[in-house]
Design a protein around this ligand. Structure first.
Ligand SMILES: [Zn+2]
Length: 382
């Protein structure tokens, strides 16, 4: 299969290549060469498939996600996760990391995709989030109340098939009573569970909004900070010193705040999101300008934040954080893929053929990724 690109963004920050053929064989990229002779498909623009490093497949954007978890059956949520996996990949998300699900839904969906039973992205899945008793995320959580219990919780997630771990370092927006600025799991609990996960080769992500919790997680050896809203100069230095990824999930508060008036979201969600949004913009922008590694992830599944809308996260990295369209593409392909750790998220020889074919130049306008003409995963049209 030969795909001819008017312009190719390979996922890196190298200048784009014009008029090239991408040759696909056995699901991988076999060659990239100057356009010549016949081709099978032509697109104005080709990019790597998108990587969403922060999603919850069982959530479909319900206004009260944690309430939904408590009022639906595991079977109902599994079916929604299957539907959302299909919607993700059709919209161009060829790799996804599910950072928290109930009832081992995400690891099971991942396996069904690998076995070819259902369509969906290549995937990593965390299983339940590790949280303090009654803390943020408890409806999809495994309560952890000591360092040794943290090790056991990691082992339990591995047992149900998790291939990454998610920990809750601070309060959050979606859980009633959880104050986003407050630290939750302690440094000792984080450090023990992270050590246990690393011993088995699993990476660990921390939900962290408040400053103290962000630093606890960074000092404890975390691989990525999710949200990172209240980071300060000291945290920024720790990010860089330890080469930790920041996944800002700009879509999450943006979607909540875009639906203030419809009255379906619990009051506490709206109020907490309102209190955080300006801080988020200022701090994430500063982190980006200071060279913190930003990886694309939308928190899809949270209120009004749909799996098929991942393009919005790229648009927000461009419009709110000040990335160029190519930098936003880089963050949502190459950088996010390096964090997820399944492939490199670039168009290069030997990489899996995960490609978006677009009708216009995404480097001129990042909104071009919104409606791909075709999506390839492993060389197969989705
Ligand atoms: Zn999340």
């Amino acid at each position: 299969m030969i795909v001819r690109a008017g312009v190719l963004y390979d996922g890196t920050l190298e200048p784009p290549k014009r008029r090239v053929d991408v040759v696909i064989a056995d699901g991988s990229i076999a060659e990239i060469r100057a356009a010549t002779g016949e081709c099978d498909l032509e697109a104005a623009c080709v990019t790597p498939g998108l990587v969403n490093a922060h999603a919850h497949l069982e959530g479909s954007g319900e206004p009260d996600m944690m309430g939904m978890i408590q009022t639906t059956t595991p079977n109902q949520r599994l079916l929604r996760a299957v539907e959302n996996a299909r919607k993700s990949v059709k919209a161009g998300v060829t790799t996804i990391r599910d950072v928290g699900s109930s009832n081992s839904i995400a690891p099971d969906v991942r396996d069904a995709i690998v076995e070819g039973r259902i369509p969906g992205p290549r995937m990593r899945a965390a299983g339940a989030v590790l949280c303090m008793t009654g803390g943020h995320g408890w409806p999809i959580g495994r309560a952890v109340d000591s360092p040794w219990d943290g090790r056991k919780a990691v082992r339990e997630q591995m047992w149900i098939g998790a291939d990454c771990i998610k920990m809750i370092a601070t309060g959050g927006v979606l859980t009633k009573g959880a104050v986003p600025g407050n630290a939750q799991l302690t440094y000792d609990e984080l450090a023990a569970a992270i050590d246990e996960a690393h011993r088995h080769g699993l990476r660990v992500a921390a939900h962290a909004i408040g400053t103290e919790g962000i630093k606890n997680a960074l000092r404890a050896g975390i691989d990525s900070i999710e949200h990172g809203t209240m980071l300060d100069d000291e945290a920024m230095a720790l990010f860089k010193e330890r080469n930790v990824y920041l996944v800002p999930t700009l879509s999450a508060p943006t979607c909540i705040l875009a639906h203030l008036e419809d009255g379906h979201q619990p009051r506490y969600i709206v109020e907490k999101a309102r209190g955080l949004s300006d801080m988020m913009l200022a701090n994430i922008r500063r982190a980006y300008e200071n060279g913190v590694r930003i990886a694309g992830g939308s928190d899809a599944g949270t209120p009004y934040n749909y799996h098929e809308d991942y393009a919005q996260e790229l648009e927000l990295m461009w419009s709110l954080i000040g990335m160029t369209p190519q930098q936003a593409l880089h963050a949502a392909t190459n950088v996010a893929a390096e964090l997820v750790g399944l492939h490199h998220g670039i168009v290069a020889v030997g990489e899996p053929a995960d490609l978006l074919l677009l009708t216009r130049d995404a480097g001129e306008d990042v909104r071009a990724v919104r409606e791909p003409q075709l999506v390839f995963k492993n060389g197969a049209i989705q």
